[in-house]
Ligand binder design. Structure first.
Ligand code: GLA
Length: 392
């Protein structure tokens, strides 16, 4: 959808022109999966699709919100005095949570606003549409009310919305990638220290293809929390032998020495994934910077196998897509991305082979899983920002 279509929609819905327009992307993760909440490393990038927010400030305490993705819900009217979470309130919990937490942390938001959201991230695909709407709202409020908050603080606040307001116990990767994205760059992040480094993705003859399983991510959050708890238990047992604060601090060599002490095969597998994934993520930075894309591809393949066999978060659809991808000509590497349990996988594919790739993988996937997959090419885009009028 074009920006001027969104502008027209704002006018139709709210009977006036909008004043400012903001955008926050979605994200994919190259490698470093289920490591963020274990104090490990991640390597995501912001993509070019995401969430738009068109807004006009009001003079009273009313907040009116609409979303072109939920047209049937129409305009939802609330107020600065009614921001509490509500299980019936659906998507508006995300923007409400950001408003509430900014106010709770002492920032002055004294008037309401009219806002229209539109997201072109495929629905429920695990490309972080929730962190995207959080950051779009965060940057919007920051500008609208001249709030002094630095970007990392805003990212942490949006993670807090997800953890404490929405009740999903996720790590910081999604908000960080969406808040800090840069065109043409992936972000290598140490989730323990929040030190980060940009690494250019200079794909000359290849592209990143997102493969959407189109499988509903049922039970995703309960399974996610189960994995978190398993990692905590594995850490406790490892801490009897090693002085570490997180699994992210344990090297593969150290793990080999303490592994048997864990005394539980399942917990040992979970820890093995996190610790090996962390090392793969370190190596991926090195190889990407050295321009060795095929080594990055190998690491991505190993990452998927580890998520499939040790962490067990893939499932039939993601495995089928990725294993089909591995068999195609021109594929540098492929793996699931995000939390898993459905959602999306990514592949790095030679540009000239993409059409055949999509055709082959799509046909076999539909046969094996009974669902049509969707494919999109992705590139690294800018993090959350205001879209200035003259550029629109
Ligand atoms: C979800 C969470 C992230 C991260 C990934 C798995 O996307 O929101 O914090 O844990 O899963 O790597």
């Amino acid at each position: 959808m074009k920006l001027h279509t969104l502008e027209r929609s704002f006018k139709e819905i709210f009977n006036q022109d909008h004043e400012q327009c903001f955008f926050a992307p979605g994200r994919i993760n190259l490698i470093g999966e289920h490591t963020d909440y274990n104090g490990g490393k991640v390597f995501p990038l912001a993509i070019t699709c995401g969430t738009y927010a068109l807004v006009k400030k009001r003079n009273d305490r009313t907040i009116r919100m609409a979303s072109l993705n939920f047209k049937r819900e129409g305009v939802i009217e609330g107020s600065l005095d009614e921001l509490a979470f509500g299980s019936q309130k659906g998507w508006i919990n995300y923007p409400n949570g950001v408003v509430k937490l900014l106010i709770d942390s002492g920032h002055a938001i004294e008037t309401g606003f009219d806002v229209l959201f539109y997201g072109n991230i495929p629905n429920g695909a695990g490309l972080s549409s929730s962190a995207s709407i959080e950051l779009a709202t965060g940057v919007m409020l920051q500008r609208l009310f001249d709030i002094e908050i630095d970007r990392i603080e805003l990212i942490k606040l949006c993670q807090k919305v997800e953890n404490e307001f929405i009740g999903v116990n996720s790590g910081i990767m999604d908000q960080f990638a969406i808040g800090m994205g840069k065109e043409g760059q992936a972000i290598w992040l140490d989730c323990e220290t929040l030190e980060y480094e940009y690494a250019p993705i200079e794909l000359k003859e290849e592209q990143i293809v997102i493969m959407n399983t189109n499988k509903r991510r049922e039970l995703a959050s309960s399974k996610y929390n189960e994995r978190r708890a398993e990692c905590e238990q594995a850490l406790e047992r490892i801490q009897r032998k090693l002085t570490v604060q997180s699994l992210g601090e344990v090297s593969l060599d150290e793990f080999a020495k303490v592994k048997d002490m864990i005394g539980d095969a399942l917990l040992a597998k979970r820890a093995a994934h996190v610790i090996s994934e962390n090392e793969r993520t370190e190596k991926a930075l090195h190889f990407l910077k050295a321009g060795n894309l095929s080594a990055v591809g190998q690491l991505m393949n190993e990452s998927h196998r580890s998520l499939r066999d040790d962490y067990e978060v893939t499932g039939k659809e993601l495995d089928t897509l990725v294993e089909l991808a591995w068999k195609q000509d021109g594929v540098i590497g492929a793996r699931m991305t995000g939390a898993g349990f459905g959602g999306c996988a990514i592949a790095i594919v030679k540009t000239e082979a993409i059409d055949r790739f999509i055709q082959n993988v799509g046909t076999h996937y539909a046969k094996e899983c009974g669902i049509e997959a969707e494919f999109y090419t992705a590139s690294a885009g800018e993090g959350a920002h205001e879209i200035m009028k003259e550029k629109a």
